[in-house]
Write a protein that binds this ligand. Structure first.
Ligand SMILES: NC(=O)c1ccc[n+]([C@@H]2O[C@H](COP(=O)([O-])OP(=O)(O)OC[C@H]3O[C@@H](n4cnc5c(N)ncnc54)[C@H](O)[C@@H]3O)[C@@H](O)[C@H]2O)c1
Length: 250
């Protein structure tokens, strides 16, 4: 199906790679005019060289001036903002750890990108959407709900915080016509998780806990993003949507 986002103006963060990249391309295929935001200018330029409808937007979500300028540029160009996907994030494999072994610098870096960066993205998304309403999606993680067996204190805490942001922003801005939902991928093959996917034993261990028997793809997640960003999802806000091959049933 195509055309589900025709005429919509979208910003997707973390768009140079993985889930953000697949989402930006899928939104464009569905008729949206998309701004792919990332701090990695080279990878952004390469990622969207073959599509007219995804525009690179170089910004760092930890820097409020950078985020504000990025959203101002989109509003100056189109005069409106319909969809924002707050997706950029990091998981510092090899550094994030059980709490007694977790360095403050690793904690701060993870909080800065995953939590403060999500806050800044949502803040400027809401400001841009106040005149018209819109849809905000935040990429969560099951780790923020279950702890996923431990070992990733900073990542888990920032992702748990994201669910709180989604619910409170959804409540505050429902009357303004702004819908806010969490999209929660399970184990999804992207550069973020190469530390696991390149290790056959660890990969097989995770896949054995996925009832549908495979890792997710960025395109699996993009499908859910399209639905929640579209007018088909007009009656949903403040909710949590899993795309995890059934892992949350275990
Ligand atoms: N891959 C998985 O298994 C998985 C599972 C659950 C949740 N997630 C979440 O999905 C989201 C996307 O992850 P992915 O797997 O596609 O990762 P990825 O590493 O492929 O992409 C993340 C992108 O975010 C960008 N980014 C990082 N810090 C930034 C900053 N300060 N400003 C702007 N851009 C920044 C990176 O440059 C990169 O392009 C993350 O929030 C992640 O926590 C991923």
């Amino acid at each position: 199906m195509t055309g589900r986002l025709t005429g919509k103006i979208a910003v997707v963060t973390g768009a140079a790679s993985g889930i953000g990249l697949a989402t930006a391309l899928r939104f464009a295929a569905e008729g949206a005019e998309v701004h792919g935001l990332d701090r990695d200018a080279d990878r952004l330029a390469e990622a969207f060289s073959e599509t007219e409808h995804v525009h690179p937007l170089v910004a760092d979500i930890t820097d409020e001036r950078s985020v504000a300028d990025a959203f101002d540029a989109v509003l100056a160009r189109h005069g409106r903002l319909d969809i924002v996907v707050a997706n950029a994030g990091v998981q510092l494999f090899g550094h994030d750890a059980a709490i007694a072994d977790l360095d403050l610098a690793v904690w701060r870096r993870t909080v800065d990108i995953n939590f403060t960066g999500t806050f800044l993205t949502m803040k400027h998304a809401v400001r841009g959407m106040l005149p018209t309403g819109g849809a905000i999606l935040v990429t969560g993680s099951p780790t923020g709900l279950t702890g996923e067996g431990g070992g990733f204190t900073a990542y888990s805490a920032t992702k748990a915080g994201g669910f709180g942001l989604v619910r409170t922003v959804a409540a505050d801005y429902a009357k303004a016509g702004i819908r806010v939902n969490s999209v929660v991928p399970g184990f999804t093959t992207t550069p973020l998780v190469t530390a696991i996917s390149d290790n056959e034993e660890q990969r097989a261990g995770i896949v054995s806990r996925v009832p549908l028997g495979r890792p997710g793809t960025p395109e699996d997640v993009a499908g859910m993003m399209v639905y929640l960003a579209s007018d088909e999802a007009a009656f949903t806000t403040g909710s949590t949507y899993f795309i995890d091959g059934g892992m949350s049933t275990l």
